[in-house]
Write a protein that binds this ligand. Structure first.
Ligand code: ADP
Length: 315
């Protein structure tokens, strides 16, 4: 089905201060044209080259998040290619802990990517409010994250940009992994990737070294960085200077501060994930089996909404 669309928007509406109607023109197989209408709502956030809004399908009344990418931002072939790769990878994924990819279309001005709406922001904002999370919360969030990563790797996808800001929360406080802008799909299992990518604090040492390429283990490294960050309250290799951070990552120089109490199991898991040699890191299956996730009680499936602002009660 070929798709084209037209947007009705006034200059005020374009500024995001008023609701706009977005029209998607659908050319049906027999050549007839139908129009699907969406109403653009609340501004949710801004990314590298997209603005994200709530958007309501006026027919089904369903509300999604719409990533709106102005075509003016897609003049470079490389940027266009990256967006196409993001769409191609993300649309093929379906998992309860991955942001659902609903649909995409374009008009003269923009490309629109409709995604599952995650109303509770990301773990980044949560950690900023809470400073650090309890081990129980970390167990809940990281089990869900692990399930998403396992699914990705089973489908030969390396995320390559796992970080708190890409871990969205829906209304039930379930993790929804998003942003496949740096993801890579391997053609065969032993294939290595060479492009430098990732986010400074979370990037794996073998990406910085760049010599032998990298693979699935870079996501396991980032998983370790996330685990540390949620429990301690700041990333393990954080400094004021990116070059210094990279140096620390290359030599795996981090420590556990005395003022934060964490369990021996949590420490042991972090140490087994933050290994310079990718081969020495735990496998996904070994992470599931690690004592941190097996403390003799069942990890709850959900956390109460109160934990968005205050720690869960100990009882
Ligand atoms: P980036 O440039 O970091 O990839 P995105 O374009 O993915 O950022 O998203 C930018 C911002 O839009 C996010 O930080 C978040 O606030 C919001 N956002 C993105 N996707 C969703 C979603 N599915 N549900 C709710 N908010 C979202």
């Amino acid at each position: 089905m070929s798709i084209a669309a037209r947007t009705t928007a006034s200059s005020l509406q374009e500024s995001g201060s008023l609701e706009a109607i977005i029209e998607e023109k659908i050319v049906n197989p027999k050549g007839s044209v139908s129009i699907k209408r969406y109403s653009k709502g609340r501004f949710l956030g801004k990314g590298g080259f997209a603005r994200v809004y709530e958007i309501q399908d006026l027919e089904s009344k369903k509300i999604h998040a719409a990533k709106v990418i102005p075509k003016a931002n897609l003049t470079k072939a490389r940027t266009r290619q990256k967006l196409m790769s993001e769409i191609k990878i993300h649309r093929g994924l379906k998992h309860p802990n991955i942001v659902g990819f609903e649909h995409f279309f374009e008009d003269h001005e923009n490309v629109y990517i409709l995604l599952e709406l995650c109303i509770n922001q990301t773990l980044n904002e949560l950690l900023r409010r809470r400073k650090r999370l309890s081990e129980l919360e970390v167990m809940v969030y990281m089990t869900q994250t692990l399930s998403a990563i396992e699914y990705l790797h089973d489908h030969r996808v390396i995320h390559r940009d796992l970080k708190l800001g890409n871990m969205f929360l829906n209304e039930k406080l379930e993790i929804k992994l998003g942003d496949f802008g740096l993801a890579s799909k391997l053609e065969y299992d032993g294939q290595k990737r060479r492009t430098i990518c990732g986010t400074p604090n979370y990037i794996a040492p073998e990406i910085l070294e760049g010599r032998d390429g990298h693979s699935y283990e870079v996501d396991v490294w980032s998983f370790g960085v996330i685990l540390y960050t949620l429990l301690i309250g700041k990333p393990p290799f954080e400094t004021n200077d990116v070059k210094m951070t990279y140096k620390k990552i290359r030599s795996c120089a981090y420590s556990f501060p005395d003022h934060v109490a964490i369990s021996a199991q949590a420490k042991d898991l972090i140490e087994k994930l933050l290994q310079s040699d990718p081969e020495s890191r735990l496998s996904i299956q070994d992470i599931y089996k690690h004592s941190f996730f097996n403390m003799g009680f069942e990890i709850p499936k959900f956390l109460p909404p109160s934990t968005l602002a205050i720690p869960p009660s100990e009882s």
